[in-house]
Design a protein around this ligand. Sequence first.
Ligand code: SF4
Ligand code: SF4
Length: 70
Amino acid sequence: MAIVTFMEERCKGCGFCVEFCPKNIIFLGEAMNDSGYHYAAIKEMEKCTGCAICALMCPDAIIEVEEAWK
Ligand code: SF4
Ligand code: SF4
């Protein structure tokens, strides 16, 4: 498992991370940041493989993926 964090205030809600996550565990929530964008979040962190594709796809590099020990 890995821990994925988003700099929510800098998310533009483009959805690239949502589109490319092979586990389909990223979504754009109902809440908006101060810039008015629905920001990305994870729904089932335990399914994350730590592949970091989401971090690579984010055009603003606001996703951090850390390995987590069980
Ligand atoms: S690290 Fe991989 S599995 Fe985990 S949220 Fe990002 S794209 Fe999905
Ligand atoms: S790719 Fe980056 S900017 Fe786009 S929705 Fe995901 S976290 Fe936000």
